[in-house]
Design a protein around this ligand. Structure first.
Ligand code: F6R
Length: 269
């Protein structure tokens, strides 16, 4: 079910309208989020999809692969731009995001390899790489829909809590909590890269549509803070309150705190 959250300003105007789509569990969240990406590709064959890694989107990619295999979806004209990549990992490293995207999605569908884009984690000049990546996204006509997960710190991409929002794609030092959270994918915490290249807040906000997926009770508090707390670079996802087209697809566990503290946003959900 879907509901939409309107936040009135002092003069009574709505400043944003975020849709919340609730699912009973991870599988349901995955199917609902995947169906929004699928609709985008059906409506526009040459869509530019902004993609994410991590555990949240795995079920979404499984659904899209399934629908491709059933002949429902065609990715031959699609372009993709990923949010981020660890610094220092080559695309062949099994924990690089390039490897993740290939093994969990790209190699199972008919997207053209040259149409898939991920920041270069090996770039010697990370600032130059950021500028190249933002120019590339612009040259594709911009991102039609950006899929996001949310970190426990409130990060989107690898934009960690900071004194200010950083707009362009840039190199970033990972937050301690993020390193701990991502250590589960590496042999040890010491192996987790300390830096990443990430789309900046401006690069993410430039997407025409945002689709944020979240599951599990571990995301419940930060999801509430991001969409109902103050807009602050200390909770980077809170900037999404200023985006005109945001859909949050989450399971009941992740929506628990919103349900308790902002029940009006969940009406019809
Ligand atoms: C991944 C990314 C991150 C993740 C976030 C949530 O490309 O940019 O922001 O979306 O860390 O990760 P999971 O889904 O593993 O909880």
């Amino acid at each position: 079910m879907a509901a939409s959250a309107r936040v009135p300003t002092a003069d009574g105007k709505d400043v944003f309208s975020m849709r919340i789509i609730s699912a009973s569990n991870y599988e349901g969240m995955s199917r609902k989020a995947a169906s929004l990406l699928a609709a985008q590709v059906v409506f526009k064959r040459d869509s530019v999809l902004g993609l994410a890694t991590g555990s949240t989107p795995l079920g979404i990619y499984r659904c899209l692969i399934d629908w491709y295999q059933q002949g429902i979806l065609d990715f031959s004209a699609v372009h993709s731009v990923n949010l981020d990549e660890y610094c220092g990992l080559s695309p062949e490293h099994d924990q690089s995001y390039a490897y993740y995207m290939d093994s969990n999605f790209f190699r199972h569908i008919n997207i053209q390899k040259e149409n898939t884009h991920i920041p270069d984690g090996l770039a010697e000049d990370p600032d130059g790489e950021g500028a190249r990546y933002d120019a590339l996204i612009r040259s594709l006509g911009g991102t039609d829909i950006q899929l996001l997960g949310i970190g426990h710190t409130g990060h989107i991409g690898f934009n960690e809590p900071a004194p200010q929002f950083v707009k362009p794609t840039h190199r970033v030092e990972l937050n301690r909590k993020t390193i701990e959270a991502n250590a589960r994918f590496f042999a040890s915490e010491a192996d987790v890269p300390r830096y990443a290249v990430t789309m900046g807040i401006g690069s993410i906000m430039a997407a025409k549509k945002i689709l944020l997926a979240a599951n599990g009770e571990g995301k419940a508090e930060i999801l509430y803070e991001a969409f109902f707390g103050p807009i602050t670079p200390q909770v980077p996802a809170s900037i999404l309150q200023l985006h005109p087209d945001v859909t949050v697809v989450a399971d009941e566990a992740a929506l628990q705190v919103i349900g308790e503290k902002a029940p009006e946003a969940m009406k019809g959900c």
